[in-house]
Design a protein around this ligand. Structure first.
Ligand code: 6R9
Length: 658
């Protein structure tokens, strides 16, 4: 039954299944015993200077070595510094260093466009030449080290080229997701004080053209400091071009030289800014620097994905999201991998689009999000079963807690029981993966991100700061830094400290709820703002949602609290059903009974609201903030909706209000 300690989150759902790494995988894995993992982890915590010194030597080329490895304070004057005095360049590490070996002719980037017939491959040498050319274009426009360049683009190769070119000349890139509105773009341009914007005339999404440049023109009307706008012609179609400000990518590239020295950067020089929307207030410009970030991206990429030279690695994220930065571009390219970049979406033209891509390129490592998996489960198993997925040897998940139901589907239907699953927990702020199984040595439990990566020391605490007990839900904090941790909020130093280090001084506050089980495994329970307090029991949204999603007719569930006269907060569940399921009144009752049975009466929903879709961010996270407003009838003030992937969903929801 539920625990009653003050300030903890009650644990309701206990998942007992354990899946060990398949023997065939374990035999060849980089790390194949729990003992080896534990020894390396212990060393990384007890002797971080030696550990991160070795990782830095192994994974990154330096122009100059460091005077000290790890220096920080998580108290008072919060600061973090890695590799003091060292010099390097991120683009050099992703490109030049591979040109000395056979990898110069290896595919660095394979791009699959949304139209089936459109694809491009860049070897390391070819990518290097494109990046040098665009770096020279930027220089020609007067861009210098430390300047901010904003990038607002669909998932086309020029996006990767643009950011690597910025890194090459020491400009700080700020990628704004290509699906954001003009308003969201304008705010981010102003905040980063960028004066160059790289964009495309159109984007493509599910067969439709998105008028990117029209949004840009609207945004730029409010950004007089943007003096240059470079436009990639994604499709042969004209768009408005402003004389003296806008120029086509191809015109500028045609005369650019393919040689450009990489700028010598300090380890702590900024590499990029990436905006993340806090649940309240304006978006934060999360700032990452060069040395620590690169070491961390490369090290996590190698160990978490057990990466080999012969792998074809596909991360389905958008580069407008941190996952794309660290695990499409910087991590894989620093490691010399073949990274697949995909412009399309899971359901177009058919619901087996991902599996078609896996089959076509013989993808061996797939890294995707629970939201994509759930949407594919909804369409039926015959789609993946109709494709040859035998090349897949490792599967990854990121972005949200993966409910055990989706995990098992990933394991059986996609991995066919021979590919380990790495459920990787991390944040824009963390730069890279913090909690994850290592695939060759850690037995997994569906729904648990399991154990910390090297250098990461997590703790689950109660509201009063004391350490939570076994299986007692609380707040996830990290007690010491790792090289990839953000270095600040761009332009707002106080906000960095106040957001992450004030509530619990001396530790990094993640904002996520979690519990640790009897084996030390960590289970993420959703954002702490989303905890629901029902009759004094603090319940995790993730657990109630997992229970609902385990019902065979449910495709996806989102749970929020709403004011309730007797219980304080009641449970309001939004449900989308699988494609073939008919909506009946009995189903409401059936689902309520199902939750009672799975986790007990305390968690049974007071309201069930069937909807055709959930309001989500572009990266697939459910915006519970909006669902909470609708649940409590506060529909006039939904707050900031600019990060929504599809605003039409809101109307749908309002029309079906119970
Ligand atoms: C990488 C990324 C961060 C938030 C994070 C947490 C949620 C991400 C997760 C997960 C459970 C996982 N999250 N991965 N929750 N299990 N494997 O997603 O960054 O967009 O900044 O989001 O996403 O709540 O705090 P970001």
């Amino acid at each position: 039954m539920v625990g009653k300690k003050s300030g903890s989150v009650d644990t309701l759902l206990i998942e007992k299944r354990i899946i060990s790494p398949p023997q065939s995988f374990r035999e060849n894995a980089r790390i194949n015993s729990r003992k080896q993992y534990e020894e390396m982890w212990r060393k990384s915590i007890e002797n971080p200077d030696e550990f991160w010194g070795e990782m830095a030597e192994e994974h990154i080329d330096w122009f100059k070595k460091w005077e000290a490895v790890e220096e920080y304070s998580f108290q008072d004057d919060v600061f973090v510094r890695y590799y003091r005095g060292a010099k390097l360049n991120a683009s050099y590490n992703c490109l030049d260093r591979h040109l000395r070996s056979w990898r110069r002719n290896k595919a660095a980037l394979i791009w699959q466009g949304e139209p089936l017939e459109e694809s491009r491959t860049f070897t390391y040498l070819q990518l290097y030449r494109e990046v040098c050319k665009f770096a020279n274009v930027l220089k020609g426009l007067g861009v210098k080290k430390g300047d901010r360049v904003s990038v607002y683009m669909p998932m086309i190769p020029e996006l990767a080229i643009a950011i690597l070119s910025c890194a090459r000349i020491g400009a700080i890139h700020s990628v704004v997701f290509g699906g954001f509105s003009a308003e969201a773009l304008r705010d981010r341009l102003l905040d980063s004080k960028a004066n160059v914007l790289v964009t495309a005339n159109y984007g493509m999404r599910a067969g439709k053209l998105i008028p990117s440049k029209t949004n840009v023109d609207l945004a730029l009307a409010g950004c007089p400091d943007v003096k240059n706008c470079i436009v990639v012609k994604r499709v042969e179609k004209d768009c408005n071009m402003v004389e003296g400000r806008d120029q086509y990518w191809d015109d500028l590239m045609s005369s650019a030289s393919p040689f450009c020295e990489a700028e010598v950067m300090d380890a702590e020089d900024p590499l990029f800014i990436l905006y993340t929307s806090g649940s309240t207030g304006k978006p934060k410009g999360v700032l990452h620097t060069t040395g620590g970030y690169m070491v961390y991206a490369a090290t996590t990429f190698k160990y978490v994905f057990d990466y080999r030279d012969e792998d074809v690695y596909w991360c389905t994220a958008d580069i407008g999201w941190v996952t794309g930065h660290s695990y499409i571009v910087y991590g894989p390219l620093a490691a010399g991998a073949t990274s697949l970049m995909f412009e399309g979406v899971p359901h177009y033209p058919e619901p087996d689009r991902y599996w078609e891509v896996v089959e076509k390129y013989r993808v061996s490592i797939l890294y995707t999000a629970p939201t994509a998996l759930r949407s594919m489960i909804k369409s039926g198993d015959h789609w993946p079963l109709g494709r040859d997925l035998s090349s897949l040897r490792l599967l990854g998940s990121v972005g949200e807690p993966i409910n055990p139901e989706a995990w098992m589907w990933y394991h059986y239907v996609i991995g066919r029981e021979k590919a380990p699953i790495v459920d990787t927990w991390w944040q824009t702020e963390t730069g890279g993966i913090l909690i994850t199984p290592l695939p060759g040595c850690i037995s997994t439990k569906p729904g648990s991100a399991t154990l910390p990566f090297f250098g990461v020391n997590p703790k689950v605490i109660r509201q009063d700061g004391s350490e939570a007990g076994v299986n007692e839900g609380g707040y996830l904090v990290i007690t010491k830094p790792w090289p990839g941790i953000m270095r600040g909020v761009y332009g707002d130093p106080e906000r960095f400290k106040n957001t992450y280090f004030v509530q619990y001084p001396g530790v990094y506050f993640t904002g996520d709820g979690a519990r640790r089980d009897e084996d030390g495994y960590i289970w993420l329970m959703g954002r702490v703002d989303d905890v629901i307090n029902v009759s004094g029991h603090r319940l995790s949204t993730a657990e109630v949602e997992s229970a609902l999603a385990a019902h065979p007719k449910v495709a996806e569930a989102a749970v929020v609290g709403y004011p309730h006269d007797i219980k304080g907060e009641g449970i309001y569940a939004y449900i989308t059903l699988k494609d073939s399921v008919e909506l009946t009144e009995e189903l409401r009752y059936e689902l309520t009974m199902h939750v009672r049975q799975e986790i007990g009466p305390i968690a049974s929903p007071d309201v069930i609201h069937f909807t055709s879709a959930m309001p989500k961010t572009r990266s697939g996270k459910i915006l519970r903030r909006i669902l909470r407003k609708i649940a409590s009838g506060d529909i006039d003030q939904l707050g900031d909706t600019t990060t929504l992937a599809d605003r039409a969903v809101i109307n749908d929801l309002l029309n079906t209000v119970n």
